[in-house]
Design a protein around this ligand. Sequence first.
Ligand code: CMP
Length: 140
Amino acid sequence: MERTLTILKPDCVRKQLIGAVIDKIERAGFRVVAMKKTRLTQATAGEFYAVHRERPFYGELVEFMSSGPCVPMILEKENAVADFRTLIGATDPAQADEGTVRKLYADSKGENIVHGSDSAENAAVEAGFFFSAEEVVRVD
Ligand code: CMP
């Protein structure tokens, strides 16, 4: 069984889409093994996205991700990383397939509703960023 880390981003929370997105996630067969509502500071958002530090959109990304509460979750499923990226669609909602979370709900590349880890290794690092071992609870 594989795990991935997702964040329902501040635009998802502001649009009151937390439930709608979690519904799609659960219907797609993912189990929620950890979840919380939190707010990143500019410092913690900058640290989470440090890999993008040199990119032109880094400042905008940090500003947006610290602009309001978000909902990080650890999800479990076979092939979780790839299947979750299929479920959410391309980074740019204009390029995302019909029926994907970003096609349905996102406004732009920057404000794209949801994050999904790009590898199982990064998922483990990102999960440790938000959750302690005690907060990770298997459902069954
Ligand atoms: P995410 O999967 O959270 O990981 C990196 C984020 O950078 C990505 O989602 C986008 O929200 C953001 N991003 C990528 N490209 C751009 C861009 N051209 N302009 C603004 N934000 C971007």
